[in-house]
Design a protein around this ligand. Structure first.
Ligand code: ATP
Ligand code: MG
Length: 656
């Protein structure tokens, strides 16, 4: 049961993009897929030789002898920072701008590849001076900054494994991650600037270490961002004092392909955070390749990924992928709503961004903001530089897709709706802008070489036109290697016995009968069964949000129900102030009828609750597991440490 009107609208790639695209036309796409089908290892080996500079070339491609602990290119050695920096300088791009950094207050700094290399070498030398060596873990708790990217690159240069913790996480979350990783160092800043406010970072590091369990930490290195007051201990070192005296060259540590480049704790929208471990060689390959193909990246592009380096998107599409391709990219310190909700559009205009990659949650909130305050609408800015738009993090509902396409992309820019996960390292299912006809709300087809499929609970293929469990049938180079310190949990979570060795993504999906296009329907446990009808929560959310006049955002969960098995509960944020009493009842009724018309009476939410907001992770994802508890009327006993706005839980728990 899908709303047919959404799936019939097709946007073929514009001729101007098809021409000269890295993957030009569906024929070219199919040819790559066929190459991977015919000789899977040969395909990846070819790309690994083309896209990565190896110190010692690999002779082995895939080692599956200890599956699911796969190894790729295992006898090759490389250095990731060499690939991102030195390579560009050696190939004549030393004076090209690598990073256009825009601070919260609008101040702009440009850093060339040569300068970025020198900064990285200095920091790498500084880390070595403090005794950090290959295999040590370094936690990075930094604002969006050139220094944040440099810290990651410096770790990569000396073979230290970084674990970036988003600067919005609490002392407790930070402590848990420092302890789990056994970090020898934390790199942080005195404070960060967000939306005109100074927010503490170093004080939170002190608090985290004070909570205990962080004895592994020998040094805290502090980047001076604001000059605000901070406490000082004997383990603390100023970054500038450490690096200023260092030489500007630093011999890279050549590591094996499987050497862990980083750990990244997932955002926790479904449970206790896990330390996802990534490799050096396979990860870098996919980061480089997907940045080039998915965004059709060209030498003159100005690439802007709005993610924070604390998320995997910031790792792959800020710190590694664009730099490995020698691109010019924007790094933004601030927030999209400061000084007003036109900030993104203003920055695109000013820096002539050509590729813009953001999250549906940002788009939806900017739509809402533009309606509340029309002067922030993208139409007031010249966005003519844009060629390609991207979306990541959640399914993008067709209404938001259409707005993004029309008002940001001027109707001419393909939108790449990229499905992937922290665990996958890079894009898995995504359109390629010069090849794939787009269907709003669908992430379309697998990236060439990624064997994505939909199966049932026993691992049997499900025919197109039906929904099921999203799996990846073959290992791929940038896949998660293990959960740090917990190989058993890795096996259990991602390679359950009943799935015949397929990677379990944890998402539900369907493929349409006509094109075989994938649509993500939500997490597996977000599939509802109402009177025997199976529905994805996403579908109902999408229907609610398509009431563009009333609804800004919606989240749908199930609750056990005596008569229907499960009942649908919808949490809705309106474009007007939160209604109560009679008004709430009336609007709830209107929305119920709307859903009935859009999908069918069976999809009518039984209960609709209005909130000023929804409970979200700090990366902007709705935490449905908390909503499930609220819908059932349970007290919340789960981990809420990664929640952005805890106060909202109480409001939603009240029945209107
Ligand atoms: P945790 O695994 O800790 O619960 P998380 O899954 O939210 O956190 P991420 O790895 O950042 O952390 O997100 C991956 C998930 O985001 C995917 O499994 C999927 O549910 C969702 N997602 C990402 N991109 C898309 C997309 N383009 N379309 C639909 N869903 C997407
Ligand atoms: Mg996940």
């Amino acid at each position: 049961m899908s709303s047919a009107e959404h799936t019939t609208k097709v946007y073929p790639p514009p001729a101007s993009i098809v021409q000269g695209a890295h993957v030009s036309g569906m024929e070219a796409y199919r040819k790559l897929c066929a190459e991977a089908e015919a000789d899977y290892e040969g395909y990846w080996a070819r790309l690994a030789r083309e896209f990565v500079v190896w110190k010692k070339p690999f002779t082995k491609v895939l080692n599956a002898s200890d599956a699911p602990f796969y190894k790729w290119f295992e006898d090759g050695t490389l250095n990731v920072s060499y690939n991102c920096l030195d390579r560009n300088v050696e190939e004549g791009r030393g004076d090209k701008v690598a990073i256009i950094f825009e601070a919260d207050d609008g101040q702009v700094t440009r850093v060339t590849y040569r300068e970025l290399l020198e900064k990285t070498c200095r920091m790498a030398n500084g880390l070595r001076e403090l005794g950090v060596k290959k295999g040590d873990r370094v936690v990075i708790y930094m604002p969006m900054s050139v220094e944040g990217v440099v810290a990651m690159q410096a770790c990569a240069r000396i073979g230290a494994t970084h674990s970036v913790v988003f600067g919005g996480f609490s002392a407790q979350s930070l402590r848990d991650r420092i302890e789990d990783a056994g970090a020898v160092m934390v790199i942080t800043a005195d404070e960060q600037m967000r939306g005109g406010k100074q927010l503490p970072l170093k004080a939170i590091v002190d608090e985290a270490i004070g909570l205990g369990g962080c004895d592994s930490v020998r040094h805290v290195v502090v980047y001076r961002r604001t000059g605000g007051q901070i406490a000082w201990t004997s383990r603390d070192r100023w970054l500038h004092e450490l690096v200023d005296k260092q030489p500007s060259t630093c011999e890279p540590e050549w590591v094996e392909a499987e050497h862990p480049l980083f750990l990244l704790y997932t955002s926790g929208s479904t449970g206790k955070p896990k330390g996802v471990q990534h490799s050096s060689g396979g990860y870098l390959l996919h980061a480089t390749l997907t940045t080039k193909w998915t965004f059709d990246l060209k030498p003159d592009d100005v690439f802007w990924c709005t993610a924070d380096i604390g998320w995997v998107t910031g790792h792959t599409y800020i710190t590694y992928g664009p730099l490995a391709n020698g691109a010019t990219e924007i790094v933004f310190e601030g927030v999209p709503t400061y000084p007003d909700a036109g900030r993104f559009w203003k920055m695109i205009q000013q820096h002539k961004a050509t590729i813009f990659y953001t999250a549906p949650t940002a788009i939806r909130s900017l739509i809402k903001a533009a309606e509340a305050n029309p002067s922030t609408h993208p139409r007031h800015y010249d966005l003519g530089s844009l060629r390609i738009l991207g979306s990541v993090g959640e399914p993008i509902n067709p209404a938001a897709w259409e707005w993004y396409h029309e008002h940001v992309g001027g109707g001419r820019c393909p939108i790449v709706d990229t499905w992937w996960q922290t665990e996958t390292g890079g894009h898995m299912i995504t359109p390629l802008p010069g090849a794939t006809p787009l269907v709003p709300g669908s992430c379309t087809l697998p990236f060439p070489g990624i064997m994505a499929a939909i199966v049932d609970e026993t691992g049997q293929d499900v025919p197109n036109g039906h929904g099921g469990i999203l799996v990846i049938k073959k290992p791929w180079p940038s896949m998660i290697r293990t959960i740090w310190g917990d190989p058993e949990r890795f096996k259990k979570s991602y390679y359950p016995a009943e799935l015949k060795g397929y990677y379990l993504a944890g998402d539900g999906a369907s493929r349409d009968a006509e094109r075989g296009y994938f649509t993500i329907t939500g997490r597996i446990d977000d599939v509802l069964n109402v009177s025997g009808h199976r529905m994805g929560t996403m579908e109902i959310e999408s229907a609610l949000v398509s009431h563009t006049e009333l609804v800004a955002e919606a989240a749908v969960v199930g609750r056990p129900d005596e008569t229907t098995g499960e009942a649908i509960v919808a949490f809705v944020v309106l474009k007007r102030p939160r209604p109560t009493g009679e008004e709430a009842k009336q609007i709830a009724n209107e929305l119920r009828n709307w859903v009935a018309k859009e999908i069918g009476p069976i999809a009518k939410p039984k209960d609709i609750r209005f909130g000023d907001n929804l409970p979200k992770t700090r990366s902007g994802k709705i935490m449905r597991r908390l909503l499930r508890s609220i819908a059932k009327g349970e007290a919340i006993t789960q981990d809420t440490s990664t929640l952005e706005n805890p106060a909202i839980l109480e409001q939603l728990a009240q029945t209107n």
